[in-house]
Design a protein around this ligand. Structure first.
Ligand code: GLU
Length: 273
């Protein structure tokens, strides 16, 4: 099996990433491989020193990966091509709403915050064309209802749970191309998993809901579905999810304080087999 670990260089890796990385490297089994992919589509938040930190921390954990590493920022044309195909299928629309507009208009909230209520989905073609011609900033969203009407019912296989039915509308119409970048997290992950021929996606439970959208995108684009294995998250001592903002658990700091890899594994409850 071919798996991947796909961190974003927007901060330093912490104990939660150590668990995620060890899980990803073990997931494809002894005869499989885990690729490393750098998800750096966000020019404002990604930094070269964070990327270097990823390589240093993973090497410290004893992990190795095939090179060259795919860095998303170098493959914008692949995402653009997928976006064009989706647009030609009639399942995308421009959205002129800011984050605040969405927050204000939302009537439903999901685990990831305000669910986009579809404000721009019904704009007529002339208004869209006028606003684009005027240079109004806009993202591109996926019309999940239209997409699902094309694909019909979908499922994904979750390694330890079996078949999971896709609920395409679970988080509203997602952004597939941002205002500032001609792709989004969902689109670039879906395209890369396909182009890299990934057969197993090991990742944290916090991305479980993202799989509904990514499975729909795969089906629309005619891509094969990998197997998924979402793992439980490492919690801090208060039972909260660890985050990149929580500097106390940055691997580089722990290393500098003298923690060994064995100390890290003990803290995250990791057992080598
Ligand atoms: N780049 C994403 C992150 O750092 C993970 C993407 C994925 O595993 O699908 O949260």
């Amino acid at each position: 099996m071919l798996a991947r670990f796909a961190p974003s260089p927007t901060g330093r890796l912490h104990l939660g990433h150590a668990y995620a990385a060890l899980f990803a490297w073990r997931a494809p089994g002894r005869t499989g491989t885990c690729l490393l992919r750098i998800e750096d589509i966000d020019p404002d938040r990604c930094r070269p020193d964070y990327e270097q930190g990823i390589y240093d921390d993973l090497a410290w954990l004893g992990l190795t990966w095939p090179t060259p590493v795919r860095r998303q920022s170098q493959h914008m044309q692949d995402y653009r091509a997928a976006l064009t195909r989706l647009t030609e299928m009639g399942v995308t629309y421009p959205c002129f709403c800011s984050r605040q507009d969405v927050a204000r208009a939302a009537t439903a909230h999901g685990p990831e915050g305000a669910i986009y209520p579809g404000t721009c989905r019904t704009l007529d073609a002339a208004t869209r064309a006028d606003r684009i011609a005027r240079g109004d900033a806009h993202s591109i969203r996926l019309d999940v209802a239209r997409g699902a009407a094309i694909t019909g019912p979908l499922f994904w296989d979750e390694r330890d749970e079996g078949r999971i039915a896709v609920d395409p509308a679970i988080g509203g119409d997602p952004v597939i191309a941002r205002r500032d970048v001609p792709t989004s997290y969902h689109l670039s992950v879906t395209v890369d998993d396909h182009l890299q021929q990934i057969t197993l996606v090991p990742r944290g439970r916090d991305l479980f809901l993202a799989t509904h959208v990514q499975r729909l995108l795969q089906a629309l684009l005619g891509f094969a579905a990998p197997l998924y294995a979402h793992h439980a998250l490492v919690l801090d001592t208060d039972g909260q999810k660890l985050s990149k903002r929580d500097h106390a658990t940055a691997l580089a700091d722990l290393r500098a304080e003298g923690w060994s890899v064995a100390d890290v594994k003990k803290r995250i409850g990791w057992q080598d087999d």
